[in-house]
Design a protein around this ligand. Structure first.
Ligand code: ATP
Ligand code: MG
Length: 412
């Protein structure tokens, strides 16, 4: 290990798969993947823990694979993990301070943000993220107030809270797997961080990760996240519809979807036939590929109606000049992009990962956006420390003291 290097782990616990990474922060601010591993998830449904022992086994399996590849042994590693909590609540709050010198100093920014954070939340909720939204100097909006004249500085923050028990259950599972939890990153925020460009974030964009069990939604405007939610819907619902309507075993419905599925029946050849083996039928049955697509299309419509409703209810359904960006395993479904562009009347793209670090080739698909986003959050923490928008509120002081020691290690 290089002098002053800092090792940490990253997890993306999805409903279908769990991804583990072992990374090293090295002097010069680069972060390097030392090892990675994956395991089929057990014990999670629609993003939520439903069986602790099964989840602990899953996490252990994925983490051990990553550790083995990284050759790090089983010593304690600070872990950054995703979290798919539900329901997500958010509030925007301002805090004001007077400016004794009639000039804004860094100190005043911290004081104003401190005041903005001081807001009562429901007792069963826990603060997960505090996002810097902007400043007002004598009621006038400014991007960055330091160095400007004024009498009164206000800071605006967006506070994201989640059910405390969701946080505690996942933390407990990770601790029981022998891991040391550093911080959690809410799924939609991780995804936004991983795949959106600065221009998209500035202009206004909506990002949706459709995984197996959840659809994670985030709206960005003015660069920062403006709305985020986790909906209990995903690719498993597409599979379940096929299984129920066509009387298929789960595995066969899943295979039918992944190998022959399409999001738009009109785009499927009328004379394309598929062979399936339904329950109760002695032999194989032929079905039109177009009819399979019609079942999938109906569920995708349903998912996006719910996405639109959630965003609209939060008062955030407006202009998304940069359109919709899709990630998650379900975004592999052929025809999905075109179908959604037509239905939603906005530009739609399937995200490609462009990691700013050496990233495993095996994890280049859109279903790895969440894991990459969690790495970015950890990386921002290493680079800038606490007090940046990208640091989860729950990040513990412990790791920060190690980061500071790490920084000191860089000094001559
Ligand atoms: N070619 C494909 N067509 C349609 N669906 C696909 C395809 N490939 C994978 N999927 C679906 O993607 C889903 C898995 O996606 P992903 O790996 O993003 O989920 P996850 O992260 O484990 O779960 P979640 O984030 O929802 O908790 C499964 O439902 C799978 O069927
Ligand atoms: Mg996922």
């Amino acid at each position: 290990m290089k002098r002053g290097a800092l090792r940490f782990g990253v997890l993306d616990i999805g409903t279908a798969k769990t991804v583990a990474l072992v990374l090293e922060g090295v002097p010069g601010w680069s972060v390097k993947v030392l090892g990675y591993g994956q395991a089929a998830t057990r014990g999670v449904e629609r993003g939520q823990v439903v069986d602790m022992p099964a989840l602990i086994r899953t996490v252990t399996r994925a983490m051990n694979r990553a550790r083995r590849m990284a050759k790090v042994g089983d010593g304690p590693l600070p872990i950054w993990s995703n979290l798919a909590a539900r329901p997500v609540q958010a509030l925007t709050h301002r805090g004001a301070v007077g400016l004794p010198n009639n000039m804004v100093e860094e100190e005043d920014v911290l004081r104003a943000e401190e005041a903005a954070r001081a807001v009562p939340i429901e007792h069963n909720q826990a603060v997960l993220h505090i996002i810097r939204r902007g400043f007002f100097l004598d009621d006038k909006p400014v991007h960055w107030p330091v160095g400007m004249y004024g009498y009164r500085l206000e800071a605006e923050v967006h506070i994201i809270t989640v059910p405390r028990t969701d946080l505690l259950n996942l933390k407990q599972a990770l601790e029981d797997a022998g891991l040391l939890v550093e911080a959690f990153v809410l799924n939609p925020l991780a995804v936004g961080e991983a795949v959106l460009s600065d221009t998209e974030r500035e202009m206004g964009v909506i990002v949706c990760d459709i995984g197996a069990g959840t659809t994670d939604v985030a709206v960005y405007a003015g660069h920062e996240v403006d709305f985020a939610t986790v909906l209990p819907l995903g690719g498993n619902d597409l599979t379940r519809d096929l299984a129920q309507i066509l009387s298929l075993p789960w595995q066969e419905a899943e295979r039918l979807k992944v190998e022959h599925g399409h999001a738009s029946p009109d785009a499927v050849q009328e004379d394309q036939w598929l062979t399936i083996h339904p329950f109760g039928e002695g032999e194989a049955v032929r079905i039109r590929a177009r009819d399979v697509a019609a079942i999938l299309e109906a569920r995708i419509r349903d998912i996006f109606q719910k996405v639109a409703r959630a965003v609209r209810e939060a008062g955030k359904w407006g202009m998304f000049p940069a359109g919709l960006v899709l990630t998650g395993g379900t975004s592999h479904l052929p025809g999905l992009r075109q179908m959604l562009a037509r239905e939603l009347k906005m530009p739609v793209r399937i995200a490609r990962l462009h990691p700013n670090l050496t990233w495993p080739q095996a994890m280049s698909g859109p279903e790895y956006a969440t894991a990459l986003g969690v790495v970015y959050f950890a990386q921002a923490y290493l680079e800038h420390g606490q007090g940046t928008a990208r640091v989860p509120a729950a990040a513990s002081g412990d790791f920060w003291s190690r980061v500071k020691a790490f920084l000191r290690g860089l000094l001559p």
